[in-house]
Design a protein around this ligand. Structure first.
Ligand code: RP5
Length: 153
């Protein structure tokens, strides 16, 4: 993620990966404030054993696209809900990538972070049958939480 301030949102991705038993490494890498860290991380990610990268950033959200420019690994971008423009700035910064450097773009905020975790797990599950079963179980459990009728709690 681009900042410590992104962590409350990006925790949602970490939480779902924990639930699915997927190992993850949570880091702050800012495209603007730590460009050398960004370059080293993006260039080294594949050799360092990463398989999928979830990049959350807000405002002028260049982090996902810049990481995608530096690695062939799949990059999933999460637009953080910014204070000034509610995340529309983040969304547009991430989604409009030029042809040739794909960056998957999720929804703004916590839903996007949760779904980025699930999507990363789906990608990893293509070559991990046990994870595929855990993912199916997770989805079934979610379905089981949805009541057929509303209640006054
Ligand atoms: C981006 O700037 C970060 O991803 C964050 O969403 C936004 C604001 O960062 P802070 O000023 O809160 O550190 O780089």
């Amino acid at each position: 993620m681009g900042s410590q301030s992104d962590w409350p949102t990006m925790k949602c991705a970490a939480r779902v990966l924990d639930q699915l038993g997927v190992e993850h490494d949570d880091r702050i890498v800012s495209a603007h404030r730590t460009p050398d860290r960004l370059h080293a991380f993006g260039k080294g990610a594949a050799d360092d054993g990463f398989k999928v990268i979830i990049a959350g950033a807000g405002g002028a959200a260049h982090l996902p696209g810049m990481i995608a420019a530096l690695t062939h690994l799949p990059v999933l971008g999460v637009p953080i809900q910014s204070r000034a423009l509610s995340g529309l700035d983040s969304l547009l910064s991430i989604v409009q990538m030029p042809a040739g450097i794909p960056t998957g773009t999720l929804a703004i905020g916590e839903a996007g972070a949760t779904n980025a975790g699930l999507l990363a797990a789906s990608i990893l599950a293509l070559s991990d049958d046990a994870l595929a079963r855990r993912l199916q179980d997770w989805r079934a459990a979610q379905t089981g939480t949805v009541a057929e009728t509303p209640s006054d709690k």
